[in-house]
Design a protein around this ligand. Sequence first.
Ligand SMILES: Nc1nc2c(c(=O)[nH]1)N[C@@H](CN(C=O)c1ccc(C(=O)N[C@@H](CCC(=O)O)C(=O)O)cc1)CN2
Length: 282
Amino acid sequence: MSILIDGRKTSGIIKDELRDQVMDLKKQGIEPTLAVVLVGEDPASQVYVKHKKKACEYVGVRSLSYELPAETTEEELLELIATLNGRDDVHGILVQLPLPKQINEEKVLLAIDPIKDVDGFHPISVGNLSIGRDGFVSCTPAGIIELLKRYDIPIQGQNCVVIGRSNIVGKPVSMLLLRESGTVTICHSKTRDLPGVCKKADILVVAIGRPNFVTKDFVKEGATIIDVGMNRLENGKLCGDVAYDECAEIAGAITPVPRGVGPMTIAMLMKNCVEAASKSLS
Ligand SMILES: Nc1nc2c(c(=O)[nH]1)N[C@@H](CN(C=O)c1ccc(C(=O)N[C@@H](CCC(=O)O)C(=O)O)cc1)CN2
């Protein structure tokens, strides 16, 4: 039976570590502050934003909440971001995704000052990651690497297969695995013999957005499986991209859904906020 990689427990440990760092920053006169922007009433986004604000409270980060109506225009949102960019007391800016249709996501992400880009979505942050420079790394991919490290799962020289090539997860996690000297293969809808490619993986990261897509036929004995999927089924239950029970019998270690990668996303957001505030000291 495999090891369960517990994201909820690990995120709790990280948040406790950050709490101490925030206390130190406060002693030096810095109050880490995150602006949280939510446009519209998407129920999932509302839940995630609530969790983020709760995490801020726990860690000691001040959160400023901007909950805007669904009909907010792109101009109005860009204006708010410009104001937040200009405020010295705001260290991080987070715009919850997805945005309503009338707003161009790319334009909005580009408007956030890269030094406040705690989500790591700005093209400059993405570029820094791909050329190995310091910068904010997006939270879910950073959380995946943190989980692997904290569970002593080696990356160097390992065959790492990533299913999914999104800008938010697939591409950045591939860059991070490469930075850790993994041998990385990125798979997508046009990949031939997907089960065969995945079966060679020592580390398999699945971010495809299809419930129970990865079955035991994709998994090498002893492999580590990271499930990034977050699919809400008709019965209201949350389900990952990996058929957990059958894959857990073969894997060496596996993340569950919920309580796997999800909570790590929020812990890494807190980590980025603390880092942004620390940088304001220098
Ligand atoms: N601006 C951003 N928008 C979005 C991001 C992001 O990183 N930045 N990622 C996702 C959503 N997301 C954070 O925003 C997120 C998703 C899931 C979880 C989480 O903890 N999930 C729980 C289950 C929660 C539930 O029951 O619904 C778990 O897996 O245990 C945290 C954050 C898209 N948008």
